[in-house]
Design a protein around this ligand. Structure first.
Ligand SMILES: C[S@@+](CC[C@H](N)C(=O)[O-])C[C@H]1O[C@@H](n2cnc3c(N)ncnc32)[C@H](O)[C@@H]1O
Length: 249
């Protein structure tokens, strides 16, 4: 089986508009289990809240999938817009937030956000599109839709963190973590490592998630290396603030 990560990198290099996300596209129910198991102690949310205040502000979640994170932003944000290119996930996200008046879900991609200029205060993307070199069109779009002083915050898995990062690299031997870090540094991002725990209710759930994330070979290795119901997983939270403009004396 071609690994999910390899498909994704190949698509970035081809300049494909929508990047394949076989995990959530083909196994949305298992991905829901994954999302519930991820970061059970809320370390990513704590880091986000420490870096950005979205209370009373307007948030866009780009590559929102079936909208798992939208209700959480909606607890305090004024308005939340989920943007997602894969039509079944757009429908799933709309169903998830149907009772939430402050949330809408729009079909679109990071490279062509369906939003006007200077429309939101926060653009958030979690394990979606912004993976390093190749995501420049999305960076420019985020800048366009952000108000002056707004922030683009990107949450991605940390390939340097073990053991999860080792498994990722098992499927992506050519992945260059230094190149990705340098790309984001040069683009003006800060980067914060965040350690989390993924905790599952059953062993079957844990194994099913590993099997949608990795090739059969790497998933078998991961299943053998993790004995219980939980595992450490590292993230990077990268943030760039849009300048407020020239200050007049
Ligand atoms: C791994 S999923 C993560 C979904 C969601 N952020 C979450 O954490 O549950 C990646 C998502 O990015 C979407 N995606 C793929 N190409 C995209 C693009 N060019 N712009 C925005 N999102 C994209 C996929 O359809 C998929 O829903």
């Amino acid at each position: 089986m071609v690994s999910r990560a390899r498909e994704r990198i190949a698509a970035v290099r081809r300049g494909t508009e929508t990047l394949p996300s076989p995990n959530i596209w083909h196994w949305p129910d298992v991905y829901e289990i994954e999302n519930r198991a991820q970061d059970v102690d809320d370390e990513v949310w704590r880091a986000l809240a420490d870096l950005v205040d979205w209370t009373g502000r307007d948030v866009a979640d780009v590559g929102c999938g079936d909208g798992f994170h939208l209700p959480r932003f909606a607890e305090t944000a004024r308005r939340v817009v989920g943007v997602e290119p894969h039509p079944p996930l757009v429908r799933g996200a709309r169903a998830r937030v149907s009772e939430l008046a402050s949330v809408e879900v729009l079909a679109g991609s990071a490279q062509r956000l369906p939003l006007p200029d200077a429309d939101v205060d926060v653009v958030h993307a979690r394990t979606a599109y912004f993976f390093g070199p190749g995501c420049e069109p999305g960076l420019a779009e985020a800048d366009r839709v952000l108000r002056p002083g707004g922030v683009l915050v990107i949450v991605d898995l940390d390939v340097r963190n073990r053991p999860y990062g080792d498994w990722m690299r098992g499927d992506l031997p050519g992945y260059d973590a230094d190149e990705v870090d340098t790309f984001f540094e040069r683009a003006g991002f800060t980067s914060r490592p965040v350690e989390t725990v993924w905790r599952f209710e059953t062993r079957a759930d844990l194994e099913a998630v590993l099997r949608i994330e990795f090739s059969a070979r790497v998933a078998a290795r991961a299943v053998a290396e993790i004995p219980g119901l939980s595992m450490p997983v590292g993230y990077r939270v990268r943030l760039r603030r849009k300048p407020t403009g020239l200050l007049r004396p």
